[in-house]
Design a protein around this ligand. Structure first.
Ligand code: C5P
Length: 302
């Protein structure tokens, strides 16, 4: 067993309420998070001497191969000898996890191999490890990206409560290929004391029921992100005009947005994605069923 292939799925913030700010500057959040079967790919070699990282793929431009990459920083928590080949399909600095998802994927591979755990046991270990991570060095999205299943994130993003039985959501994801700086969006926000989501989330009968609830919630970073990057507004307009779009919203600090289509089939989503690609060949577009991809994000060893 010298190699693992592991997928790093995109995370989507269906809601992102900014509810306060800590003395150290970090913001308090309340976010309903799901994952998409749209991913980066990591090949982890265990027989290497020293740590190496290579990056390739359609979205590799500008992604560092040195210690500033979260993949290497996270891997060093567990070992000193691995090689990682990272293929980037997710746009960088785009509000859908990206670097955090890659770092979480390498940790899943290292833990599953080193500890001989089954997938349920690994889930419990990941929760413990997620709580102990130094988020200021590794990124506040890393713990949630280790879970890959619907959850509610509070604190600065590290307090995770699974949300079971969330209906899968047919969606189209669109990024205008403009990187957005998360700290810049936080700085541009005018209010940091917004209300949280309801203390108890309702049970949702189906995707339409969930979309109706989401319409009553918010991404508090969206107005500031639209101000910093006007392409965000163009993407939201394009998604909102598609037939059957129940909600178009920004994920994280952007610039990736999602459109939700409760009644759409996979063929409908593919068709809408094709239309957006034809009108905007420079945008990144992905049809996806949002929800639980925890099985799908597990490492495969050879
Ligand atoms: O955790 P991540 O590296 O994505 O965060 C980038 C920056 O966003 C942090 O350095 C911090 O300035 C800001 N941030 C914040 N509150 C959070 C998460 C991130 O202010 N909960």
């Amino acid at each position: 067993m010298t190699k693992a292939r592991v997928r790093a799925p995109a995370k989507i913030n269906l809601t992102l309420h900014v509810t306060g700010q800590r003395d150290d500057g970090y913001h308090l959040l309340d976010s309903l998070v799901v994952f998409a079967p749209v991913h980066d790919l990591l090949e982890v070699g265990f027989s290497a001497r020293g740590m190496t990282l290579s990056v390739s793929g359609p979205e590799a431009a500008g992604v560092p191969c040195d210690d500033s990459n979260l993949v290497l920083r996270a891997a060093r928590l567990v070992c000193d000898d691995i090689s990682v080949k990272l293929t980037k399909f997710l746009p960088a600095a785009s509000g859908i996890g990206g670097g955090s998802a890659d770092a979480a994927a390498v940790l899943r591979a290292l833990l599953l191999r080193g500890l001989s755990l089954d997938e349920d046991q690994l889930g419990a270990r990941l929760s413990h490890l997620a709580a102990a991570l130094d988020l200021q060095k590794l990124g506040a999205d890393l713990p949630m990206c280790m879970m890959n299943r619907p959850l509610r994130a509070t604190g600065i993003g590290e307090t995770l409560t699974p949300v079971p039985d969330l209906p899968p959501l047919p969606a189209v994801l669109v990024n205008p290929r403009k990187p957005v700086s998360t700290p810049a969006v936080f700085r541009a926000m005018t209010r940091r004391d917004n209300p949280p989501m309801p203390a108890h989330l309702p049970r949702f009968a189906d995707a339409a029921d969930l979309v109706a609830f989401l319409q009553t919630q918010r991404n508090d970073m969206q107005p500031a992100a639209e101000g910093i990057e006007p392409a965000v507004g163009q993407v939201l307009d394009a998604l909102g005009r598609l037939p059957g779009c129940g909600l178009a919203r920004l994920s994280g600090s952007g610039a990736t947005c999602f459109g939700l289509f409760a009644a759409a089939t996979q063929a409908d989503l593919d068709q809408m994605a094709a239309e957006i690609r034809a009108a905007h060949p420079d945008w990144w577009v992905a049809p996806a069923l949002l929800g639980d991809v925890s099985d799908w994000g597990m490492p495969r060893f050879s």
